[in-house]
Design a protein around this ligand. Structure first.
Ligand code: PHE
Length: 341
């Protein structure tokens, strides 16, 4: 019995020495003092089997072992708790030398960048900024702009109709001309940019939803020279110095005369390259002098007032400026792309 008491003591000592966490120390306490299967209570239970003449010695040894083990566990528990507190403190201490965490900033979409830049340019020329509605009536999108109900030019702007009240999704931002001229008496200068919709297939250059910008001005004595000067200034500000601009006759129901505007290819500066099909020119916008009938439609006397208007695709400008070959890139919302702007 004495042997076994001594052995239990030695085993305990080495187990305690290798215990390093509060949990391990606690497990030891259970193993040695647990009420059900603890080794020390088990030894006490076996005292009654010990022959009478050895009982006192064994009892004394066992009492001593119990006291020693209890004290050892108490001390170890204290030490381990102290160590853990120190470790925790070290973990939680603020390290002021660590680099800070940067807030993640959002990015402007390339079309937004282009739109805001254009709005700034026209705001500087004291134009009002008015985006106009995307859901429109036939009157504002077509009829008031001189597209009579069976006008063939309606076919060039294949329209999405909304099932309610004969509404449609505007096919161009030219609706802004009518809305603004109705609202404000001339002189008016408005720049209007936003989404437009046409029933087109999705291709490299076309999408059923895209963005246009429209600018127009009505005042006394406005002629095509004002239009040309405005566009030259605009192109220079958006694409930089040194580009030529040319006007080609064209047709829109709401302008007369009408023109298509080209600028020298921004990639080859007019020398001819793959992007401009070796022509040296890029088509950039449509424009013209506001048709007298359009002015009459909004109650403006064309004998007293005249104006010009122009419209262009924002997506195309963003694609040219940022060298994006496929329009779909603009609408896929791929963060790897958007984060580059
Ligand atoms: N609305 C025309 C289009 O979508 C562009 C345009 C605007 C032309 C203003 C002339 C004047 O093609």
């Amino acid at each position: 019995m004495l042997d076994q008491i001594a052995r239990t003591g030695r085993e305990f000592d080495s187990a305690l020495a290798s215990a390093s966490s509060a949990k391990e120390v606690d497990d030891l306490r259970v193993r040695y003092f647990g009420r059900k299967a603890g080794l020390i209570p088990a030894l006490f239970a076996r005292l009654k089997e010990v022959p009478k003449e050895q009982k006192k010695a064994a009892g004394d040894a066992l009492n001593k072992l119990r006291d020693r083990l209890e004290e050892a566990l108490r001390q170890k528990t204290e030490r381990v708790a102290g160590e853990e507190a120190t470790r925790k403190e070290a973990r939680e201490t603020l390290d002021v030398t660590l680099p800070g965490r940067k807030p993640r900033l959002g990015h402007l979409h390339p079309v937004t960048i282009v739109r805001q830049q254009m709005e700034d340019i026209f705001r500087e020329m004291s134009y009002s900024i008015d985006p106009g509605p995307e859901v429109e009536t036939d009157w504002y999108n077509f009829e008031a702009l001189n597209f009579t109900p069976d006008h063939p030019a309606r076919d060039t702007q294949d329209t999405f109709f909304v099932d309610v009240d004969q509404l449609l999704l505007r096919t161009h931002t030219s609706n802004a001309q009518i809305r603004s001229m109705e609202r404000w008496k001339p002189p008016v200068k408005v720049f209007s940019a936003g989404r437009v919709y046409r029933r087109d297939e999705i291709t490299m250059r076309k999408s059923p939803m895209f963005h246009q910008a429209e600018g127009f001005l009505v005042d006394k004595g406005i002629h095509i020279g004002h239009l040309r000067a405005t566009l030259e200034h605009f192109i220079k500000r958006v694409f930089g110095e040194g580009l030529q601009m040319r006007m080609r006759p064209s047709y829109f129901p709401f302008t007369e005369p009408s023109a298509e505007v080209d600028m020298s290819c921004v990639f080859c500066k007019g020398a001819g390259c793959g992007t401009c099909s070796q022509t040296g020119w890029m088509e950039i916008l449509g424009c013209g002098m506001i048709h007298p009938q359009v002015l009459r439609n909004v109650g403006i006397d064309p004998d007293e007032w005249s104006g010009f208007a122009f419209g262009l695709g924002l997506d195309r400008v963003a694609m040219i400026k940022f060298d994006i070959p496929n329009i779909r890139t603009l609408f896929e919302n791929d963060l790897r792309v958007l984060q580059q702007f």
